[in-house]
Design a protein around this ligand. Sequence first.
Ligand SMILES: Nc1ncnc2c1ncn2[C@@H]1O[C@H](COP(=O)(O)OP(=O)(O)OP(=O)(O)O)[C@@H](O)[C@H]1O
Ligand SMILES: [Mg+2]
Length: 463
Amino acid sequence: MNNRRSPLARLQSYAPVKTPVIEAQAEGRITRSVGLTLEAVGLNVSIGRQCEVITADKRRIEAEVVGFSGDKVFLMPIKNIDGLQPGARVVPVSAQAGIRIGPQLLGRVINGIGQPIDNKGPLVGDEFLDFIPREINPLQRHPISEPLDVGIRAINALITVGRGQRLGLFAGSGVGKSVLMGMMTRFTTADVVVVGLVGERGREVKEFIDHILGEEGMRRAVVVASPADDAPLMRLRASQLSSRVAEHYRDKGKNVLLLMDSLTRFAQAQREIALAIGEPPATKGYPPSVFAKIPQLVERAGNAAANEGSITAFYTVLTEGDDLQDPIADSARAILDGHVVLSRRLAEEGIYPAIDVEASISRAMQNIVAEDHVKMMQRFKQLLSRYQQNRDLISIGAYTPGADPETDMAIERFPHLRAFIQQGLREPVHLSEAINHLQSLLKVTPPPAARGASPLAAQHKKL
Ligand SMILES: Nc1ncnc2c1ncn2[C@@H]1O[C@H](COP(=O)(O)OP(=O)(O)OP(=O)(O)O)[C@@H](O)[C@H]1O
Ligand SMILES: [Mg+2]
């Protein structure tokens, strides 16, 4: 019988046999569904494993293993689970999840599991990108040593961002986070911009893409969007996929700007999942796993080895009711290398971008810019804060010019300081231009003391 086979087939039969590794894939059954969670029995799977739940009408719903208790396995579906019946089959998926990637991904909008949602057809690309985070040995990370131009005057000059730095963008709702992120996407000198829109209103996603980013912004951007009505797992995945896409381009040697809006919504998605599987809430309703997930996400940005690219990241953090003590804000501030605070007061005065320079800080700035530049930044902040301290006196006319030379100077310069922060929506301000402007703004005028100012003590007596 063997002789009837072709010579090639015979030869092949002598080749060393590669036995495919076949795991025993036990099927499970859904036994319970409470809130967002599904419970199944009969599965032999580990945490993080993807499964498919098969409904009565033969739909397959992707779900992820998020925990277990005894022989019960907890699953979290990635989409709506309408039509699920008790005893539904659960099948572990063995194919590696991932997306096609290449330069063609630029300009595309995808959801948390990498499906295109922009009606521009399937994703194309020469490479396959799995969803497994890339691990970097912390000792091999290249230090932050060069600035990244984000095209925003106040940030470039006063809160200079380094390549590979991770910053928070702290603001209440409606203060201008999205608009500022759109400006950075259009103006930055980074090679690629990855925007993660997580947990925003659906309408806003479209508005951000069509109006704020526009064609110009989309040209070198990839948007990963998961609006608020997506299942929490989808929102979580969208944050992780944005980091994954950024990692891919960094590995290709690109300088990537990752803008994640918002870290708070990511934390809230994790909270929903953790509470649903029975983790007890700890701080302000957030279970401990939330505070473990934030560093895991944030640590994926940053620099890789010296000859590779970088991921500079901005994570927006909602400070509800402008409360900077929110646990997510607190935890983010501890792990990030700086923060840009947007102030409602400035926005209400019509100062956009509403960057509160005094409250913002870039922890990497000292290492990446010239000493003179740091001094100018400090001088700017001193003048601004001197004005703010005396603001009430000045506004009611209780301050006598000449009483304190520093305050006089702050008053004289204040309109320029304000104007420095303001920037038009379509007006990029590059790094060197921003530094030159700062320099000319602070050019020393004759100190008021030389003009015979009376000491501050005298002023106090008058009051
Ligand atoms: N640079 C700007 N110039 C003029 N107006 C601006 C600017 N930035 C923000 N605004 C105004 O503030 C509004 C809210 O901005 P934006 O949507 O960016 O806020 P947000 O912080 O992202 O809000 P949300 O918390 O709802 O996501 C805009 O619709 C616009 O009217
Ligand atoms: Mg927004």
